[in-house]
Design a binder for this molecule. Structure first.
Ligand code: NOJ
Length: 754
């Protein structure tokens, strides 16, 4: 009888499960669905709840942890089958130990799934995601994620908490470094590329990871860029800006997991938000993976003021569709009671567990819980030469040339009299960025080491960036007064023909919980720059930073500026290759660079206002003390080549496929690459549309003195928008089109959609 029930249940659930899913997504194989049902039917309520519980290991913590680490409790729970997943377990040895605890002691021996923040590499680090986004090179980004997956999987990890696909517009927010910047179109393409890179074609391969699209939703819109702050946004922005990357991650890339967010959405914490998780994600989009909470975000429903105690938070989160609890201890403590009391239905528990077990089966963990645990593979693959090559390629492509007056760059191979100044030039840690948990400190190639392969130079740090005094045992305070090294630096600069200054933020000044109210070049570095400029104007400024910086003085005075972000393990080689012209810069900004912090949030795809200007009158949208435009706009970036755009042709004869063609010519003597960008503006619509929206781009390589015609097609997918109910609409009317080299520089035309 029981057997028949299981089969019927399996058939029914397979039917229900599949009927609401879009046809094009990969269907888990039927074998797995049946195995999941069979296992589920053998599980007690406590064991089911256990699968929904995730603990952090003791190796490192990535959120506020209980002071005693709850070690004893965690061990006990692992052995009793009350833990479904661990995070922050580092290395095969540790993974095996935890897996053993669960598999060999618990009644059903269900394997753990091991998650980790594999954000831009694991041992070998690629550039921070914001930098990678500047490459606009989807294949390189996919490959970078693939490398990250290979190394993390070799260390026993099965699941990454990446990609972060939050759209981010405020440079004050520390986590802009982890996303793809301000644009939903670019962010969507990159999100899909990253998920594909992590997950590959076969989740059960020992070289791939389950990916996690995070954070659903709106975390990137924290008010005033302050971490963990309130978010208050329109549904128009939610559907048109915030959700598209998530929708694509689910529908196009079949992402296996989604993480919810710390922030509220429409007054409801995302973690307890049924509209986001049940209606949109699992309902409208047919997401068939599972939802993980953010660290402690279930418990934080109480802090937000929507629950009176931990038990209520568990009820709200489970009912709202949060499938797994990261470090809140809410589910494991209260969920079984809530079911007994009828406050959460067991169906909802079953649904969550079914989702979690399915991913575990797909990863192959039931076939062999230790399949990711192989010390030899671990040794062979970490820092593998192919990986070093891939992240070097990615790093070169991520650099953005912001200014190059008088073609100061590239430097000649036989350039003499080079002075290098700035403590970041010798820093082997900061280029690794903030998310370097899985890697090793001081393993980046420094700029000095990169330059070593090209030239001789003199070096002075000029000033320390930080004082060495720690705050919260983690962050270093910034040196705002000690200028004792200036003299040495200025003397070197005086005697040099050219000065390379490496300035910016250290690695821990961006990332989670690293919001800033000042986004200029921090500490005494600006003064150092000005002091050196007094004696030598031939300065190449290399910026190292995890967010857009406001650098108006440098932009006005310094002849050459290179945005080198935090480029990961191969950082110094990539910078040197650019400075000496071995690689021709091809990056374009994925976020606008403001003139001053007061302009934040500043982004290119803003809404028109009733008084947009620009008119030289008082009563128009403007500042009285600052220009309204950014210092460097979205999509901007120079090359050592010169590109010319001509012959914009719009063919709207086929209204379902409007063709826009443009001729791009490399009019210089240098081979180069250009990102050709297409923007539209829906002139008058039923809701206000942004002044410009990126709707296509192509990165092309053009030999010196050659041309290429680039053609874009605009279909309903590009021309429509979501109304405030989330329904997609394509409306007739006039559209302006711009095709060019950045969001502010291109050829324009228009067409009518009938
Ligand atoms: C908190 C962060 O918001 C999230 O992105 C991360 O994955 C978790 N901590 C786990 O480290």
């Amino acid at each position: 009888m029981n057997q028949i029930k299981i089969i019927l249940y399996a058939l029914l659930s397979t039917f229900l499960f599949q009927s609401c899913r879009p046809e094009h997504t990969v269907q888990p194989d039927d074998g797995i669905a049946q195995k999941v049902e069979a296992l589920l039917s053998r599980m007690t309520l406590e064991e089911k709840v256990g699968q929904m519980n995730q603990y952090s290991s003791f190796y490192d913590v990535t959120g506020p942890a209980p002071s005693d680490g709850k070690l004893k409790l965690k061990y006990e729970h692992l052995k009793k089958g009350l833990v479904g997943s661990m995070l922050n377990v580092n290395g095969v040895k540790e993974v095996r130990e935890f897996q053993k605890l669960a598999v060999e002691n618990s009644r059903l021996g269900i394997p753990l799934i091991f998650g980790f923040d594999v954000i831009h590499g694991h041992k070998t680090l690629a550039p921070i995601p914001l930098a990678e986004a500047a490459s606009w090179d989807l294949e390189a980004i996919r490959r970078s994620a693939e490398v990250a997956a290979t190394e993390a999987a070799a260390m026993g990890i099965n699941w990454t908490f990446a990609p972060m696909i939050d759209i981010t517009r405020d440079a004050r927010w520390g986590r802009v470094m982890e996303g793809s910047g301000e644009d939903p179109y670019l962010g969507t393409q990159i999100g899909v590329a990253r998920v594909n890179g992590f997950q590959g074609n076969d989740l059960s391969s020992v070289h791939t990871l389950a990916a996690c699209a995070k954070h659903l939703a709106g975390y990137g819109f924290s008010e005033a860029g302050k971490e963990y702050n309130t978010v208050d946004m329109s549904t128009s922005t939610l559907f048109n800006v915030v959700l598209p990357p998530f929708k694509a991650a689910v529908e196009e890339a079949n992402v296996k997991t989604v993480m919810n967010a710390f922030n509220i959405m429409n007054g409801v914490p995302s973690t307890g938000n049924a509209f986001l998780q049940r209606d949109i994600l699992k309902g409208r989009w047919g997401f068939d993976g599972f939802v993980i909470s953010d660290w402690g975000s279930i418990k934080e429903i109480e802090s937000h003021g929507m629950a009176a105690n931990l038990k209520e938070t568990a009820m709200i989160a489970a009912n709202a569709g949060s499938d797994m609890d990261m470090e809140s201890y809410a589910y494991v403590t209260h969920l079984a009671d809530l079911v007994e009391e009828g406050l959460v239905s067991e169906d909802k528990i079953d649904e969550a567990v079914r989702r979690i077990l399915t991913v575990k089966y797909e990863l192959g963990l039931f076939d062999d819980p230790y399949k990711y645990c192989n010390e030899e593979r671990e040794k062979e693959l970490l820092y593998h030469p192919d990986h070093l090559e891939a992240v070097l390629d990615m790093a070169r492509k991520s650099i953005v040339l912001l200014k190059n007056e008088g073609d100061l760059l590239p430097l000649k191979r036989d350039q003499k009299g080079i002075a290098v100044i700035g403590t970041l030039a010798s820093d082997k840690n900061s280029p690794l960025g903030n998310w370097r948990l899985g890697s090793d400190n001081n393993t980046a190639v420094s700029v000095l080491e990169g330059l070593d392969t090209y030239c001789t130079y003199t070096y002075a740090k000029g000033a320390d960036l930080s004082t060495g005094i720690e705050v919260f045992n983690q962050d270093l305070t910034i040196n705002t007064s000690d200028k004792s090294g200036f003299k040495e630096a200025v003397t070197l600069a005086k005697n040099a023909e050219i000065v390379i200054m490496v300035l910016g933020e250290h690695g821990m000044m961006s990332g989670e919980a690293r919001s800033r109210t000042q986004i200029d070049i921090p500490g005494v570095q600006q003064d150092l720059l000005e002091a050196v400029y007094e004696v030598n104007k031939n300065i190449v400024l290399v910026l190292m930073n995890g967010r857009p910086l406001a650098i108006p003085w440098a932009a006005e005075h310094i002849p050459a500026i290179v945005e080198a972000w935090q480029l990961g393990t191969q950082s110094g080689h990539a910078v040197a290759d650019i400075l000496f012209g071995r690689y021709n810069p091809s990056g374009k900004l994925p976020m606008s660079f403001p003139r001053s912090v007061g302009q934040c949030p500043i982004y290119y795809n803003y809404f028109r206002t009733g008084r947009p200007g620009p008119r030289n009158e008082v009563f128009f949208s403007r500042y009285i003390d600052e220009d309204r435009t950014p210092l460097y706009p979205f999509g901007y970036g120079l090359s050592y080549s010169k590109f010319d755009y001509s012959n914009l042709v719009i063919d709207d004869s086929d209204q379902k496929r409007i063709k826009v063609a443009v001729q791009v010519s490399n009019v210089s003597d240098t081979d180069g690459e250009e990102v050709v960008q297409l923007y539209i503006n829906d002139k008058a619509a039923s809701i206000v549309r942004p002044v410009k929206e990126l709707k296509g781009f192509e990165k092309i390589a053009l030999k010196a003195k050659t041309s290429q015609t680039v053609t874009f097609e605009l279909t309903d997918k590009e021309l429509g928008f979501y109304d405030p109910n989330g329904d997609y609409k394509v409306e007739s009317g006039m559209f302006d089109v711009m095709v060019g080299t950045s969001s502010t520089d291109g050829l324009t035309g228009s067409f009518q959609l009938k």
